[in-house]
Structures are given as C-alpha cells and as structure tokens.
Design a protein around this ligand. Structure first.
Ligand SMILES: *Cc1c(COP(=O)(O)O)cnc(C)c1O
Length: 389
C-alpha cells in the first residue's frame, strides 16, 4: 500500500472477530502486567509492559511501515534509542565514524558518556564529502553514524555512496532521519542498516510527546536491540505510543504544509537585504541542492539563516516575532524560532561553533503549518524590527 494508507491503517485494523470491539483506533493498554491462565506461558502473549505492550506493538508496526522496514522499536526518547543502540551493538574499544555536524545531544552522549566512560572511540569527519567518511572507515570502524540534513545548518551527506562503501567493509550504517522524516527521505532504501528518529519532532508532530524510534530490517540486529531495550528499560509509555500513532496518521499532510511554508519563508529571507545567508536544501543556492533533489522527496520544514548585525540583530529578530514562539525543538505544527549559539548549541564551545558555522548571527526556524501569509508577515515584521536599534 502507499505511504499515506500504511500511515493511517497499519497496526490499527479493526478487530471484528470474537471478543473484538471494532474500534478503528488502537486502544491505550495502560496495564503494567498481564494475567495468564497457566504458569508456563503468557495466555494472551503479553507478560509485563517493559517487555511488550499491545499499544506499543501497534505503534511499532506503523513505524516499520513508514520507513519501509521489517521492524520498528519505540523508545522513551531519541537519545534513549541511541543509547540502546550503542549498548546493543558496540563494545569497549570499538570505533564509530560520525558526521562532525551531528545533533548536539548525540555528540554529548557519544563524547561525555560512551567515549569518556566506556572506551568507545568516536572519529568525527566532514561527511558532506563521502570520500572522507570512507577513508576514516578504512582505518577500522564498527559503525558509521550519519545525520542528514543536519541541525542547525541543514548540511547533507550522500547516504547511498557512503552506505555502499561501508557495506563492502562490513560497517553498520546508521542514519538519524529526524529532520527529513520518512515522508521525505528513506535511508534504508538507500542502503542504510538502521534508521533512528527523535519522534519528538516531525513524527509525533504536535510538541506533546518525547520519544524515539529505530527502524531496520535485519532480524539478528533487531533481536539484539530488543534484548537490550528490555534489559535496560528505555521503552515508550502506552499513552505516548498512542500519541505518536495519532501523529503518524497526518505525517504526510503535515510535511507537505511544513515544506510549502518553509520554502516561502526561505525565499523571503533569501531576497531580504538584512539576511546574509539562508540554509535550506530546497533553495537552488544550497551547496548540496542537487544531492537533496536526488536523495530526498522533499526538503522539510526547518531552516536557518544569518542576519546582518550579529548577535544583537538575531536577538532583536527573535524577540520581535509574534506568531513564532522562541523555543527549542522543532517539527511541531506550531512555528518555533531559536538562537542556536545561546540555546540548542550553547554547550558547544564557541571556537568549535564558529568553526562549524554556528555563528552568533544564526537563527533557526521550525516553520509550522499556520497560514503562510501570517508567517511571512511575522518574519518580515521581525526583520524590520531587527534592523531598527
Ligand atoms: C531532538 C533530536 C534528537 C534527540 O531526541 P530526543 O527525543 O530529544 O531525545 C536526536 N537527533 C536529532 C536530529 C534531533 O533533532
């Protein structure tokens, strides 16, 4: 079936059999434990909700379907998914090759937890150049960890090219697909082994649940991940599983609107005299626009830009916004704006920030699905306010 059909129906087929109620929406099974008739086996297939829960199972079927995967696993956050993955698939002494422009929380986890305390070596490379990644893998690695597009600079890497080379060397390819969402990008079809999401962002889409997910098709890897998820306990709650399932049903509709509005905002910014650079893969001026066109079915709803006048102008712009809220996170129906240097990326040392391109004049926008003209007017008004002192 098509993406939209799977997103609406999978995991939620009405049960019209004996004992079924015909609900068209999966029930929220809050029970932490499940009764059985005999000691030896769980009668209805469930024993304890950390190990398995019917609402989470329903969500996991949907998660798998939308990434074109055999298996989906729902975690209590994006970072919980990443933690479980490292615990399940790596051991002390292993080496990860990672994009140097990864999400800040992922870097903090890899550097200050796994590298600092557990002997995992992480080698950061500029993955916009696939040759550089393959060269780093060639020095020995167990896993390559990619993110595309990245946060907040919307840089891309060529998943297909990197995956092909990595596979030849027996290296696992993991892609954080949070920014594009499976509606706009399907890394498994391009050769990746595992896709990771912060469902907190576009997949849930309503800024009311923190969650994570992994999708993959290899049975052996899936069994290891499931074992660690149960052993370490990073499961998504039944209520959050319901919320994420509900979010997925409208993912396609939302992503189209996010993109339409983001493209309009990007074009407005690009033509404005107070803006020195716009980072959005949908613009022809994006240095990797050709790769974006080939690798993605759309460009998403998040963008960033540099404003003329440095930090002061960026702050004035943000505080003059009315429809956009100043807040971290992204991917919800409401428009959000933030200052990476003081908010999401404040923990990155200034020298490193400047080296990557996260300047004090950089503003990130998560463009929501409100009326396009309202968003354009808000941005235009805030740009004018930022120019006044
Ligand atoms: C938010 C985010 C994460 C972390 O997910 P949480 O749900 O906040 O734990 C990981 N990767 C990317 C790209 C993100 O935007």
């Amino acid at each position: 079936m098509g993406f939209e059909t799977d997103a609406v129906h999978l995991g939620e087929e009405p049960n019209l059999g004996a004992g079924g109620t015909g609900d068209v929406v999966a029930a929220i099974h809050l029970s932490s434990t499940f009764a059985r008739r005999n000691v030896g086996t769980p009668t209805a297939g469930y024993e304890y909700s950390r190990t398995g829960n019917p609402t989470r199972d329903a969500l996991e079927m949907k998660l798998a379907a939308i990434e074109g995967a055999k298996f989906g696993i729902a975690f209590s956050s994006g970072l919980a998914a990443e933690t479980s993955m490292v615990l399940a698939l790596l051991r002390s002494g292993d080496r990860i090759v990672a994009f140097d422009d990864l999400y800040g929380g992922t870097k903090r986890l890899l550097d200050r937890v796994f590298s600092a305390n557990f002997g995992i070596n992480v080698d950061y490379v500029d993955a916009t150049n696939p040759e550089r990644v393959l060269k780093a893998i060639g020095k020995g690695a167990r896993m390559v960890f990619l993110e595309t597009p990245t946060n907040p600079l919307l840089r891309l890497c060529d998943i297909g090219k990197i995956a092909m080379g990595a596979r030849d060397m027996g290296v696992l390819v993991v892609v954080d697909n949070t920014f594009a969402s499976p509606y706009f990008q399907r890394p498994l079809e391009l050769g990746a082994d595992i896709v990771i999401h912060s469902t907190t962002k576009y997949i849930n889409g309503h800024s009311d649940s923190v969650g994570g997910a992994m999708m993959l098709s290899d049975r052996g890897i899936y069994d290891k991940l499931k074992f660690v998820q149960n052993a370490a306990g990073a499961v998504l709650s039944p209520f959050d599983s319901f919320l994420v399932m509900r979010g997925i049903k409208t993912l396609a509709v939302r992503m189209k609107e996010h993109e339409r509005n983001a493209m309009a905002v990007a074009k407005l910014l690009e033509s404005h005299k107070s803006v020195t650079a716009v980072h959005y893969p949908g613009l022809e001026s994006h240095p990797q626009h050709t790769l974006a066109k080939r690798q993605m079915n759309g460009y998403g709803g998040t963008l960033s830009f540099d404003i003329n006048g440095g930090r002061g102008a960026a702050i004035r712009f943000l505080e003059a916004l009315r429809t956009f809220s100043i807040a971290e996170s992204l991917g919800g129906v409401e428009s959000l704006a933030e200052h990476p240097a003081s908010m999401t990326h404040a923990s990155v040392p200034k020298a490193v920030r400047e080296q990557i391109g996260i300047t004090d004049s950089l503003v990130r926008l998560s463009v929501g699905i409100e009326t396009k003209d309202d968003l354009l007017a808000d941005v235009e008004g805030a740009l004018a306010a930022a120019g006044r002192r």
